[in-house]
Write a protein that binds this ligand. Sequence first.
Ligand code: G3H
Ligand code: 13P
Ligand code: ZN
Length: 316
Amino acid sequence: MIVPTTELFKHAYGKYAVGAYNINNLEQAMGLFRGNIDSKAPFIVQISKGSRTYTDKSMLEAILRAADKIFADAIFAVHLDHGNEETCMDCIASGFYSSVMIDASEKPFEDNVAATRRVVEAAHKKGIVVEAELGQLGGVEEDIQVAEGHAHLTDPEQAKEFIKRSGCDSLACAIGTSHGAYKFSGSQGIHFEILEAIQKLVPGFPLVMHGSSSVPKEEVVRINKAGGKLGDAKGVDENQFAKAAKLGVTKVNIDTDGRLVWTRVHREFFLSHPEKFDLRDPGKIFMAEYAKFIAHKNQKLGSAGQVDDVRVLLKK
Ligand code: G3H
Ligand code: 13P
Ligand code: ZN
């Protein structure tokens, strides 16, 4: 069942974080739903601007509608990841999305407030909620590349003002993580003190952690052994999700890790079966492996085992 993102946040706040996973195709969708059913977790399906144009935006919607029927027990929200104003308005008009993210974080503060405010006004009229971003993460984000050293961490006082003036419903904060497989190039780590300060200034307000893939060493080693060439890839320690959740992080975005599972499965499969060419053979392995990965992540996020409780909350 597709549910409002705010309902998931209400239940999770201060206790656990909801996993927000990006999808681009049907194999990812099948693995994602299976993993969440197996671990009894509520979840958020993320669709990026890039994934909407990979085939056609209506293709992913159709896949999700079908998944909703196949996995009738699933409780999930559908979210636009890193939208610009135009994409946000398109998703709001479609009526399919539970929430949208307007990412105007590269703009000056006043312009970010104004763009977010415009999206909030359109979204709220339709009962859709809005995630905004303040500060800049390092790494690759859609067509924008931010060098890690130039990433601007979120200023808590500014965050308070931004939330009040923009009317956004959740905020993505730059706390030292970055997108992609090469995080924490220096000795920096997650800036929990920023989360703590924002939580004190805006108690109860849902925060979002982007760039949260953990880029497991074993995964990188297996990919490279099977012909890959990933350099010094590094990610977020998944044991830190629980600490972030206590400080108000209700949504944790994970995309890169799923791509690594896909790459490992397909590289290993074709290396050991050079004679094969049926895409369904590695596809089946990927769906099972991705489901296992999702169930594991949900354990770390604390969302595993919460779905029945959320169902009760939704009926009230
Ligand atoms: O933060 C970006 C997400 O990982 C989505 O990536 O824009 O390549 O679909 P994408
Ligand atoms: P990763 O690249 O760490 O998976 O981050 C994904 C993300 O933040 C999507 O918005
Ligand atoms: Zn992101």
